[in-house]
Write a protein that binds this ligand. Structure first.
Ligand code: HAM
Length: 439
């Protein structure tokens, strides 16, 4: 049975080679942990929703492009349902249902798996995990700056410098004004406006003649667009966001760029996308302000400003690998308890349990195994410390603890062994151990 195209299997390291859709579960874990850690540093709290939603949720305001990419079907209760292609409509639906329960502004994040039936290509698959961070209930540009700062700090936490990545910031409202000023009066409706955003969104990936033709159909000359791109008239919000990011010392990561407009239909104000500086990859992340979506999804009951961004794991993983920033994840354990004498099974298990209770990552043979094979397994799993139980001539059971890094060895009582292991693991040489297996 074959895997579906555009879907991935996540394997533990070392990941099998020669299969472009066999991905690293350990690198995914590193990415999720980094997303959570930085979001929590900013005071964002985690939420989640169902992976299956009513089809109508996406028809309200995501835009045709994403609706055409939906995985959708009729369920056994004759409901039209869709696998979520993005998280924002779910968030807006959840907030519309429960907004009274929470104090505004809300700072929420989630890491959903999303599904889009896209043409499979570099950086685009049919499923991906997407970190989402959104602020709801705050109209001030300070909120826009806060989510962009979070985006920058996440990129920094993965080890990217301003030479590696850039967040390109723009204004959907400035483009909206442009459209309303220049479009032919016959095209001045919501579908014409959406078509225009799509043309600008795809400018960099479309032959210019094709874009020019599409613009002309809306009554807009390419020269008008070109002049607007050059002029990039700053809006009050955009200027406030840039100033705010300057104050945080993060301005070297951002740049005003009106080629950004965002493809989704619901954006209303400041919009942005993150890219690698060399332009080798698709967008790493994208987002912006969507002040009307909650009103639309609540049938006009609730009107709350909102904004946020999504960062997928696909391009991010490609970029982390390309820049050599993936952590070494070969070490799974810190200690291996060898079992060379079946009669010492019980004290060995006792020590294994004690060490695990103390937060140490420990493994041991589950059945009879030759000593050299046990030793090899311990090395492959990245164990730094080996422990073997020994019986002294007087019948006393002793633990022999060996540190493979510092080459020191000690014999002690079973009672003392956990303390020795903890002390040695905490020693400076411990820096050689990958951080992720430490508690
Ligand atoms: P989006 O631009 O459609 O925005 O997606 C955000 C990011 O998700 C992209 O920059 C890309 O990294 C990743 N991504 C999207 N589609 C795929 C795909 N097929 N394969 C791999 N990665 C993909 C949204 O989804 C908005 N709802 C984000 C948002 C949250 N805006 C406000 N809050």
């Amino acid at each position: 049975m074959e895997r579906l195209p555009g879907f991935r299997d996540f394997y533990p390291e070392p990941v099998p080679e020669g299969d472009a859709l066999a991905w690293s579960a350990s690198l995914r874990e590193h990415i999720f942990r980094t997303w959570r850690r930085v979001a929590q540093r900013y005071g964002f709290v985690e939420y989640d929703g169902p992976p299956l939603e009513p089809l109508g949720l996406y028809k309200v305001k995501s835009g045709d492009e994403i609706v055409q990419q939906l995985y959708h079907f009729v369920d056994k209760g004759a409901r039209e349902v869709a696998l979520r292609p993005e998280m924002t409509p779910t968030l807006a639906r959840m907030i519309a249902a429960q907004f009274r329960q929470y104090k505004k502004p809300l700072k929420w994040f989630a890491i959903p798996q999303l599904f889009r039936y896209e043409r499979q290509q570099k950086g685009r698959l049919r499923e991906h995990f997407q970190f989402n961070a959104d602020i709801v209930g705050e109209p001030d540009p300070g909120a826009d700056a806060e989510v962009i700062a979070l985006l920058v700090d996440i990129l920094r936490a993965f080890g990217f410098s301003p030479a590696d990545v850039v967040v390109r910031i723009s204004s959907r409202s400035a483009w909206q004004e442009f459209y309303r000023r220049h479009a032919a009066s016959s095209a001045k409706d919501a579908s014409g406006e959406y078509a225009f955003y799509q043309i600008i969104d795809k400018l960099e990936r479309t032959p210019l003649d094709e874009s020019k033709k599409k613009l002309a159909a809306l009554g807009i000359a390419w020269e008008q667009v070109e002049a607007f791109l050059q002029e990039s008239p700053p809006t009050v919000e955009l200027a406030a966001v840039i100033e705010n990011l300057h104050a945080r010392g993060l301005a070297s990561y951002v740049q005003t760029d009106y080629r950004i407009i965002r493809g989704l239909a619901y954006y209303t104000g400041v919009v942005f996308e993150a890219f690698d500086r060399q332009g080798q990859f698709r967008a790493i992340a994208g987002g912006g302000r969507y002040d009307h979506l909650i009103r639309l999804l609540s049938g006009g009951r609730l009107d709350l400003p909102a904004l946020g961004f999504g960062m997928g794991d696909v391009v991010l993983t490609e970029l982390i690998r390309a820049r050599g920033l993936a952590p070494n994840s070969s070490a799974r354990i810190q200690v291996f308890c060898l079992l060379e004498n079946k009669a010492l099974d019980k004290p060995t298990l006792q020590l294994v349990q004690q060490l695990r209770d103390a937060g140490v990552a420990v493994d041991h043979p589950l059945g009879p195994e030759k000593s050299d094979k046990q030793f090899r397994r311990a090395r492959e799993a990245g164990a730094r410390i080996l422990v073997t139980m020994e019986q002294a001539p007087d019948g006393m059971v002793q633990a022999k603890v060996r540190d493979l890094l510092t080459r020191q060895a000690i014999s002690c009582t079973l009672h003392e062994a956990t303390g020795v292991v903890l002390r040695w693991l905490a020693s400076p040489e411990n820096a050689a151990q990958p951080a992720q297996i430490l508690p």
